[in-house]
Design a binder for this molecule. Structure first.
Ligand code: EPU
Length: 342
């Protein structure tokens, strides 16, 4: 096991925020986790699990032992009549997994193309886009317990997935390391094209041939194009994707808001509640393109905060707080942050 000291984390978080990890250990296997657990000083020290760093906001240096997850490997576990079961190491890039499954002929993850981050982080916030959430394609995952060093396998129920939420953001936070994730990709494949922007792409395709049907690869390319058009590429502009969750309100609250703001974008949920588009509300409050210090609101999507160059975590949080206040003032809704604030 190689223990690194005083490691700058700027390259390891997609927002590009400066912070220093007192101690960092790279984890390439379950055995590496056990070595940390058995280590005389690291074993009992608090830990922070770092994946691709695409869903964290670093506001301070890190006294915890940072475990940087680098478990690799992609394989087909089983070709069942009703599904392909695919397994990926937690350190694999999420997008690389999506493209690998498509190239191998195991479709099902195409709507989730180009989401930044690693495979191991994907269940933590139950990533979702364009009508598909990770939990819809999930089979099971392996974790190693940070107190005992024991490995166990968790199914969907144990993961307690919610909207951008799971047991790993709640009771198991900093208690386990996810090492491998398995996906269930249903056969026969069925495209998910209900999202407005995908419906538009389908209409374009069918304008010349009314019976044309897109392949999974085609849908992945549509999703990539849609994301590139309105979400900043973290390789060029630091960001952590959506900064706030879309709030879910009661039908009464929604009617009240619609009474005052008839234009508000909202989606009825299966359980009768209503999801409001936080990006629309932030935009309506005039935040698009605004900047505090070096932290800004992305010009093309108000739900995304960006690094204008040398932002520090406190500037990002000041901007986020000001946005929350103005949305509360106008709509009476408290926006919850989506990335993990460290
Ligand atoms: N809108 C505006 N102004 C804005 C931003 C959005 O009017 O500045 C409107 C849009 O026109 C649209 C609605 O708000 O009518 C919703 O916007 P969009 O379709 O871009 O989706 P979103 O609700 O802002 C969510 C996810 C994204 C995911 C997309 C597509 C959350 C917090 N965000 O964004 O996920 O890619 O839907 O499914 O649920 C992420 O979690 O990091 C992320 C990028």
């Amino acid at each position: 096991m190689h223990i690194e000291s005083s490691v700058g984390l700027r390259p390891y978080n997609t927002f590009g925020l400066p912070a220093v990890a007192h101690t960092l250990v790279r984890i390439a296997s379950d055995a590496d986790v056990r070595s940390v657990v058995d280590h005389p000083t690291l074993g009992t020290a608090p830990k922070f699990v770092l994946g691709g760093g695409s869903n964290i906001i670093l506001t301070r240096d890190m006294p915890q032992v940072v475990l940087k997850i680098e478990v690799m490997g992609l394989r087909l576990v089983e070709a069942r009549a009703d599904a392909w079961i695919v397994e990926a190491g937690a350190g694999e890039s999420w997008h690389a997994l999506v493209m690998w499954t498509l190239a191998q002929g195991y479709p099902g993850l195409e709507n989730l193309a180009l989401i930044p981050g690693t495979v191991g982080a994907s269940p933590v916030q139950n990533i979702g886009a364009y009508g598909v959430e990770l939990q819809d394609r999930f089979e099971s995952l392996d974790v190693v317990d940070l107190r005992t060093g024991l490995m166990s396998t968790l199914n969907t129920q144990r993961c307690a997935f919610g909207y951008r939420d799971s047991v790993f953001k709640q009771s198991l936070a900093e208690r386990v390391v996810i090492t491998r994730v398995r996906f269930r990709l249903p056969r026969p494949w069925q495209p998910v094209l209900g999202y407005l922007e995908l419906e538009r792409k389908l209409a374009e395709l069918q304008a010349s041939d009314a019976h044309a049907q897109p392949s999974a690869q085609q849908i992945a390319h549509w999703v990539i194009a849609i994301r590139r058009a309105k979400l900043p590429d973290p390789a060029c502009i630091g960001n952590a994707g959506s900064f706030f969750k879309n709030p879910v309100v009661t039908p009464e609250q929604c009617r009240d808001i619609i009474g005052r703001d008839p234009e508000i974008v909202h989606y009825p949920m299966p359980d009768g509640s209503v999801k409001l588009a936080a990006g629309w509300m932030i935009d309506a409050c005039g935040w698009k393109g605004k900047t505090v210090g070096q932290a800004g609101v992305y010009e093309k999507q108000a739900l995304v905060l960006v690094n204008r160059g040398e932002a520090i975590g406190s500037e990002v949080m000041t901007l986020a707080g000001a946005i929350q206040e103005s949305v509360y003032g106008r709509f009476g809704i408290r926006l919850e942050t989506e990335p993990v604030i460290v």
